[in-house]
Design a binder for this molecule. Sequence first.
Ligand SMILES: *[C@@H]1O[C@H](CO)[C@@H](O)[C@H](O)[C@H]1NC(C)=O
Ligand SMILES: *[C@@H]1O[C@H](CO)[C@@H](O)[C@H](O)[C@H]1NC(C)=O
Ligand SMILES: *[C@@H]1O[C@H](CO)[C@@H](O)[C@H](O)[C@H]1NC(C)=O
Ligand SMILES: *[C@@H]1O[C@H](CO)[C@@H](O)[C@H](O)[C@H]1NC(C)=O
Ligand SMILES: *[C@@H]1O[C@H](CO)[C@@H](O)[C@H](O)[C@H]1NC(C)=O
Ligand SMILES: *[C@@H]1O[C@H](CO)[C@@H](O)[C@H](O)[C@H]1NC(C)=O
Ligand SMILES: *[C@@H]1O[C@H](CO)[C@@H](O)[C@H](O)[C@H]1NC(C)=O
Length: 892
Amino acid sequence: MARHASPLCPLLFLACATALWGFPFRPTLDLDVTPRITVLSNGLLGCRRFSGEALNYSSLLLEDTAGVLYVGARGAVFALDTSDIAAPGNNLTIEWEASADQKRQCLNKGKDNQTQCYNHIRFLQRYNETHLYVCGTHAFRPLCAYIDAEHFRISSAFEEGREKCPYDPAKGYTGLLVDGEMYTASQYEFRSTPDIRRNLPYPIMKTEEAPIRWLLEADFVGSALVRESVNSSTGDDDKIYFFFTERNQESTPYFSQTKVARVARICKGDWGGQRTLQRKWTSFLKARLVCSVPEYDFHLNVLRSVFVVEDQIQQKTVFYGVFGLEWKNVKASAVCQYSIADVQKAFEGSYVESEHSTQNWAEYTGKVPDPRPGSCITNQLRAKGLNSSFDLPDDVLNFARRHPLVFQQVRPREERPLLFKRSVDYTKITVHRVAALDGRLYHVLFIGTDEGWLHRAVDIEGEVHIIEELQLYEEPQPVDALVISQLQRSIYVGSPSGVLQLPLSTCHRYTSCFDCILARDPFCAWDGARCVEIASVADRSNLTQDILNGNTGCDSNTGEDAAVHGTRSVMEGDDVLLQCELQSNLASPWWTLDGRELQGYGLDSGYRIGTDGLLIIRARAGQSGRYRCFAVENRVQVLVGSYTVRIRPDLPPPTPPRVAMTTTTTKKRLAAPSSPPALPPTSDPTEQPLPSPPSPPAPLPPGPEFQTFRNMETMYISLVVILGGLCLVLTVVLLYVAFCVQGQSRGRKYSLQGSRTERKRSSHMELKTVSSHCNGKREEPGHRGGGGEDTPDGLLQIVPGEGQASPNKDPPMAAPPLPQPPPLPSSEYVNGLSATLPSVLRKMNGNSYVLLRQADPETTSPLYHSFTDELNKILEKRKHNQLVTKPDESSV
Ligand SMILES: *[C@@H]1O[C@H](CO)[C@@H](O)[C@H](O)[C@H]1NC(C)=O
Ligand SMILES: *[C@@H]1O[C@H](CO)[C@@H](O)[C@H](O)[C@H]1NC(C)=O
Ligand SMILES: *[C@@H]1O[C@H](CO)[C@@H](O)[C@H](O)[C@H]1NC(C)=O
Ligand SMILES: *[C@@H]1O[C@H](CO)[C@@H](O)[C@H](O)[C@H]1NC(C)=O
Ligand SMILES: *[C@@H]1O[C@H](CO)[C@@H](O)[C@H](O)[C@H]1NC(C)=O
Ligand SMILES: *[C@@H]1O[C@H](CO)[C@@H](O)[C@H](O)[C@H]1NC(C)=O
Ligand SMILES: *[C@@H]1O[C@H](CO)[C@@H](O)[C@H](O)[C@H]1NC(C)=O
């Protein structure tokens, strides 16, 4: 993929850039929706976990009224109690592993003994009142069996599963068992062509392969029965819809797109033709599913998961699709919503036909035989004596055989994704409809990621707000299955390591009224004292909720009592951290000093604002006063902390200094030439050529310092040169790695718009990059000298905004160059507050620090860039386009 992508980069970049600067954006689509709250796995509430001996818990079958969750895993089927899947004694197990002999045969076929030569349960559904039907890959020889649900045991001889279940446990597959009929779709064997089948009852129905293949390397993600016969005025049939991604055969302007997302349907009453299309679907039609960002003409064309939200009124049935990119090294996901009515409309439109000789697919404008090819048997046809698919004339069937694809594309609601998220690959989606206090029905989306996170989001009039992101597992692993129990108000998650049960909502997590309202969780409302589940409250008269706006209903002084109050008394010249931890990733801090907005967050102001607090750098007496921190979110201001700060005049520096680790203090006193260069902490052993820790700085000796400076200077310069060289090598290696290795560094991709945890997790690396020699080497040695009293640029090298050049242009002469900032403090601050610097500096005033990003402006020439970086850059710019006037100004 990388080979394909790299030549495309400049083109795509150009195209996007043109779009970017060409016209103002519609303000509607946020290209990276930030989850409001981040919950790590140790903070999950009400979580129950089940895991037996087996692995790969990827098939879930919920029988809500019976209170049973059936789980198909690798080599076993479980029946769990839905009220508590972890309750001991409430689990039943059927062990069904492939025999040793079968495994040996599998190995002889050259299959992977770690994954493929096991019995992965792929199909698990209710067959009749008493029995379930189950199929497993059975070490590359699929088998199926009936399970007696009451006694929970396999009740029959094993049946051949070759036509029903794929051989490969990882192959895209979907199956349905309705009214005793079994529909499956997959590429069953490695070399076979993909197929949509009806396996039960006999005769087996299939898709056509000649003269036109109806399915091209299709990768199936889902299927759904829509009962369109119910109350149909036209005597329509029930339909089964299949969702998949396949190879793109149409010629499109998007030359890079080799794949295309599709929806296909068949009629349930289809029994194939009499002479033509014998035992082949006469009602097969497929259409393209479009999920694209119109502003960029940017298409997400790999369908990962679908969920159909059925409505009583069949025309109102909608479905959600999760889409990704076909480039494996780029993570980005979108959620699009479609209506079944639009799909039906597309299937009634014109067909696509390939012109002979060329592979040019175009709209077919010629004559269409009657009755319309690909339709179900309806009253209109019955009136013509066409009672079943057997009665359809040959010319109709011949046409149908050559025209499986319709011209009209199925476009999403609002013509754009409801949700776009970069740096994340969603794997599964499920949707729950819930009535909120305002009487409206909201769709709550539960979306699992490839790394074991669950995003809980709500569709508010076409905008998706991510209420929270939950880390389900300490070990990253894909979410393989999601089901919701209405009765238990739980969601069950299947993954490689086990099954997990979570409540649909945890309202008590929100402790204040504002917290409860700002969350915009349709399940939750404020009752005056607590945030409660509205479903558990009988009298809803004094509940408050605001899903639509997410900011009204609380008195302005609520929450004040939850604020932190404190007093700080520090020496002049010290650094002070005033903590102001914002729970919400959507909130930004706003500080006042003695009631006035804190002025000048700029470089020379002496203040740094992060999402964790305010850092007063080298405090001056004039900065004493009452500091108050507010969280500003959704136009609501909530007091979080209030501090009285007293700054006393500086005394002669004490020995030894109070805290060696306090970054800026160390630096200020580092006018002392005797102190060794402080190096950034490196977690990477390859980056550890100079492991000298900073020794406590000593008071200034006034005498022979100049000579020492000279020596130090040459030493530092050579050091810098060496480090620069080293860095160049490293950059080349890194670039090479970035090109060749598909998996990209999360730290870079996530940058600062990623989730909060990601930022937390990667902050160390980010800061390391800040202080890495790559940035340092290009500055003149004297540039960041420690002598300039008002130049904080030598301290942390954090520049707010999009990386404008350092403001200090006059290199001070006297002081020795300070090649590196001191190590990041992991210890206490002078003022006794415990905080780690990286998290303080994650975000500043809503801006990002370009230097925090791994992408060094000088190394981001498009030529040296993988598509990942291009895409991320484009998306990033979209976010910051108000802030930047020209791309990469700083790199010139
Ligand atoms: C299943 O239940 C048995 C008791 O019947 C218990 O010993 C076992 O730990 C349970 N298994 C799991 C994985 O919870
Ligand atoms: C799989 O095969 C490898 C080498 O072919 C072997 O080292 C390993 O033990 C095998 N694993 C299992 C579970 O059989
Ligand atoms: C359900 O199907 C199984 C397997 O074919 C059969 O043995 C059983 O009698 C059926 N039960 C009912 C109630 O039809
Ligand atoms: C099964 O689980 C193992 C271990 O987590 C994982 O490596 C493998 O990819 C899984 N296989 C499937 C088919 O999900
Ligand atoms: C079908 O029509 C009947 C009677 O008009 C009505 O009671 C029922 O709810 C309808 N069913 C659906 C699925 O619309
Ligand atoms: C279709 O069914 C009707 C009544 O069910 C029957 O009278 C007619 O002959 C059938 N037509 C064909 C072509 O079988
Ligand atoms: C209204 O809220 C208060 C909490 O302040 C609660 O004590 C009271 O019972 C609620 N009233 C009703 C009618 O539910």
